[in-house]
Design a protein around this ligand. Sequence first.
Ligand code: F6P
Length: 368
Amino acid sequence: MEPLMSATTTAAKRIGILTSGGDCAGLNAVIRAAVHRATGYGWEVVGIREGTQGLLHRPVQYVPLNLSNVDGAMMRQGGTVLGTTNRGDPFAYPMADGTLKDRSDEIIGGYHELGLDALIGIGGDGSFAILHKLAQKGGFPMVGVPKTIDNDLGMTEVSVGYDTAVAVAVEALDRLQPTAASHQRVMVLEVMGRDAGHIALAAGIAGGADVILIPEIAYSIERIAAKIQEVRASGRNFALVVVSEAVKTLEGTGVKKLLQGGEKRYGGIGDYIGEKIADATGAETRVTVLGHVQRGSMPSPRDRLIASAFGVHAVDLIAEGKFDRMVAWSNRGVIDVPITDAIARYSCVELDSALVRTARGLNISFGD
Ligand code: F6P
């Protein structure tokens, strides 16, 4: 068994940990694992509040983390005990007067004020791009732990949060199926995932969908309607359709909601597809938009395992002096890769992947 290194084998350190970008299930399990491993080394851990925002505040917003406030309950807890933000790039920070200001030096100052020896950032590609830039500019050691329900980060087979999001979407399909059958309806389920169709594809297969629409495959309403007719001809009186939020309309535009302040956010493609199916087939359709329910759930066992393995490995990287790297899942184990490679390689659904072939083998339609 690998011996647990102690304070006698590595110099005492004070490490910081933060969660950045959209939350997901499993973040607390990463924090817990990192605190356990760091404590084993005899190190101190501080949790920085609300991503890089905590380093921007004066006094810096943080909480000391140790085995008395990090317990097994965190493994089960959704969200992040540290808080997070997906706003405010510190290199172009939106100010109250509407201007953008470079506030990166303030964040780097916050890092040094805490007297940290290294930082663990739990984030997605956007957060990593910012953290990498900050670490380069500030000359501080950083390692990354990938999290995103979208599972679109390159260089890792899976990111923390994805498995739980798929489980939530499958549960939704399990609940939609009986009501679809009772009312002879076509049920459309809109799921998240941004430009990658991973959630829709996995949930659609596991949840017995008839049609899965993903941004990577162009659909036609005629092909979807033909599939619904095929289902009817087989004697079944209902159908399940899963739509990924970034699927484009027939005119090629993404469907987004305009919010107060001019911001646009995905949402509405389910209604669009539902109406088109009703027009083309005469079927009664109903639409469910799953939204943030996919993020806030209790983490699945697999997410807890991956999060724990990632948290331990991230601390080990610091012990080994390996920085600017991201922990990653590969071939049943944890590896680490240059963080810049992970940012550069966006991972969408490959058209020749096992799951696309599986879906086709199951006669699920992609509408193509
Ligand atoms: O990237 C994760 C994600 O949940 C996407 O799937 C979704 O489009 C987006 O974040 C929602 O962001 P927000 O929490 O800002 O609404």
